[in-house]
Design a protein around this ligand. Structure first.
Ligand code: 1GP
Length: 250
C-alpha cells in the first residue's frame, strides 16, 4: 500500500505533468532562513520540501530546521539523507534511497540497514528511490564514493535506472550534484525516461526557467532545485522555474 506522501506526489505529477520540489540544505541555513525560503517557494507553487545535504549536520539543528518548516508550510516534508544522521522524527516522509553507482556497500545497503529501525520507530513514511550520480557528481559523488555516469553515456544511466526499477524502487533520481556547472542534459533524461516506467526526478545545477523547462520537456517528472533558493533574488528565480515546469506533460 502506498503512503500518504507518495500518493500525493503521484497525484500531483498526474495532474500537473512535471512538478517542482524545493531542497533545503540544513547545513547552509538557520531555521528562520529555512522558514523564509519555504514560504516563498510554497507561494510560487512548489509541491514539497526536501531536507538534506552532503555532509554532516547536528541532529538538533536538523530537527529545528524540519520543525520550523513544518510550522511554516503545510506541503509534505521529505528527508533526503546522505547518511543515518539525516533522519529526523519531525518529517513526514523519507526518501529510502540507495546510491546505485556507489562502490561502497555502505551507501548501497549498509546505511539503510542501520537507519530502517529508526524510520519505523519515528513513523516516517519510507519512499523507495534509486539514486544515480551523473556528470561531475559534486560533493555527493565524493562522499557517496560513486563512479558518476558521464553525461555523454545516457544508455548507461538508463541501465542503472532500469536495474533500480527491477529491484522494486518506486522513483529514480538522476543527480548532477548540487551546484553542478551544467545540469543533467536533456538527452540523458530522455533516454532514461524512455527505458523506465517509474517517475523520474532530476536535480543538480538547474538555475533558470529554460533549464527547468528543458529537463521537464525531456521527461523529468520532478525537478529539484536547491542552490538557487539560497540566492538573493530566490523568490523570482524559483517562481520562474516553477512557471517553466508547470503544465509540461512528458
Ligand atoms: C542536489 O539535485 C539537488 O542534491 C539540487 O541541486 O543545489 O544545484 O539545485 P542544486
Amino acid at each position: 500500500m502506498l503512503g500518504r506522501v507518495e500518493k500525493y506526489l503521484l497525484e500531483r505529477i498526474k495532474t500537473d505533468g512535471s512538478i517542482h520540489i524545493t531542497l533545503i540544505d540544513p547545513e547552509k541555513v538557520t531555521p528562520p532562513q529555512a522558514s523564509r525560503i519555504v514560504e516563498n517557494s510554497k507561494a510560487s507553487g512548489t509541491s514539497a520540501i526536501m531536507i538534506g545535504g552532503s555532509t554532516f549536520v547536528s541532529q538538533a539543528h536538523l530537527d529545528d530546521v524540519v520543525k520550523t518548516i513544518k510550522r511554516t508550510v503545510k506541503i509534505p516534508t521529505i528527508l533526503f539523507p546522505n547518511n543515518i544522521t539525516g533522519i529526523s522524527r519531525h518529517a513526514d516522509a523519507i526518501w529510502f534511497m540507495s546510491l546505485l553507482n556507489s562502490v561502497d556497500p555502505y551507501f548501497l545497503i549498509g546505511a539503510q540497514i542501520l537507519g530502517a529501525p529508526l524510520v519505523k520507530k519515528y513513523g516516517l513514511e519510507p519512499i523507495s528511490m534509486g539514486y544515480v550520480i551523473v556528470g561531475e557528481g559534486g560533493t555527493a559523488g565524493i562522499v557517496g564514493k560513486a563512479i558518476p555516469v558521464p553525461y555523454d553515456k545516457p544508455e548507461l544511466a538508463a541501465a542503472h535506472g532500469l536495474a533500480g526499477q527491477y529491484l522494486g524502487m518506486h522513483f529514480l533520481y538522476l543527480e548532477g550534484g548540487s551546484g553542478a556547472k551544467a545540469p543533467v542534459p536533456p538527452e540523458m533524461i530522455r533516454t532514461v525516461k524512455h527505458y523506465i516506467d517509474i517517475p523520474l526526478i532530476v536535480g543538480g545545477g538547474i538555475r533558470t526557467r529554460e533549464q527547468a523547462l528543458a529537463a521537464a520537456s525531456a521527461g523529468a517528472d520532478v525537478i529539484v532545485t536547491g542552490n538557487i533558493v539560497e540566492t538573493g533574488d530566490a523568490k523570482r528565480r524559483v517562481s520562474e522555474i516553477i512557471e517553466g515546469v508547470k503544465g509540461v506533460k512528458s
